[in-house]
Design a protein around this ligand. Sequence first.
Ligand code: HEC
Length: 110
Amino acid sequence: MRAFLLIVAISVSSVSSATSASSQPPNVATLYRVHCVMCHGPMGKAAIPDMAFIGRKWKHGTKSTDMIKIITEGVTGTPMMPFRGKLKPDEIKALAAHVRSFDKTLPPEK
Ligand code: HEC
């Protein structure tokens, strides 16, 4: 458990430094923990393969703009609900980059 928390802490600090351009970067790891982890699992390692972000092909595209669209609009007919109105656009943007970063097979985006 302690090792897991450490890994989360490290990923938080690397993500927040990457997004520190905006004046108040949302704490993306907290957002993920509150809104996403129950389905998508820590670091995107979900118990249910359909909800994992790693170890399978992305269904809806691998660009962070694709992920922003999914998080904003949801996927009709699946448990993936739209987060429009629940999260601010910059929070959704940060979450898209965050879940994308779980998949180390993807090249970094410019
Ligand atoms: C109630 C469960 C649930 C919650 C909560 C949830 N998701 Fe999902 N999510 C899913 C499911 C199921 C899918 C797969 C949809 C499909 O089959 O197309 C999915 C798909 C996605 C995808 C597209 C994956 C791909 O393969 O292209 C992204 C990105 C995503 N979710 C991000 C998030 C983020 C970020 C959050 C938190 C803000 C979140 N999800 C919260 C269930 C959930």
